[in-house]
Ligand binder design. Sequence first.
Ligand SMILES: N[C@@H](CC(=O)c1ccccc1NC=O)C(=O)O
Ligand SMILES: [Zn+2]
Ligand SMILES: [Zn+2]
Length: 210
Amino acid sequence: MDVSIIDISRRLEQGTPTWPGDTPFSYSVSWSKEESGSVNVGKLEMSIHTGTHVDAPFHFMNNGERIYDLDLELYVGPALVVDVTNLSSIAAKDLEQIDLTNVSRILFKTNSWTDYTKFPEEVTYIEADVAPFLAKHNIKLIGVDVPSVDPLDSKELQAHHALHTHHIHILEGLDLQNVTPGWYELMAFPLPIVEGDGSPVRAVLRSHNK
Ligand SMILES: N[C@@H](CC(=O)c1ccccc1NC=O)C(=O)O
Ligand SMILES: [Zn+2]
Ligand SMILES: [Zn+2]
């Protein structure tokens, strides 16, 4: 059996932190084996922006694409995990030293969300100049280990919009705590929620030789 898979997804359970005021995560058995005479049938209620998830452009633009419209190729393939711990924000100048040749997916390990049992107050965010910088290197997907690529109190969502303008897709809420920076194969498929503004994903990494 292949044991090289690293799960980089947050657990979904009662009490999993959500954006303040957002729908709590809930799983329950709506029809038990005793009731049905044959099976337990589960029911799920959650915000799409809880835990590890991808954003669709419709999340921040009324005329944006829905999750079902996005190309699945984005969510599988080589990805570079980059160490950006100890930065309060990530700007293009912080990335200049990194060799981004052949990188189309980049995952930022900020380590700025330390207590996973609570929604964070402040985390490392992405500056608007990162989007054009990454686009120049043909990067198509950015992933972060925090709930948002923007500051948590942002209403303008500058980074979301700048990334979208540069055709870069967004994966949020990763758990990169136990991941050594470097090359991996990423797999993080969204569910086919036809009208979705995003989707929870099961994100994993597999060892990869560039
Ligand atoms: N844009 C955020 C999510 C977000 O902003 C949000 C999610 C759920 C409930 C409220 C939110 N923002 C409120 O201002 C994201 O990064 O996906
Ligand atoms: Zn989101
Ligand atoms: Zn987002």
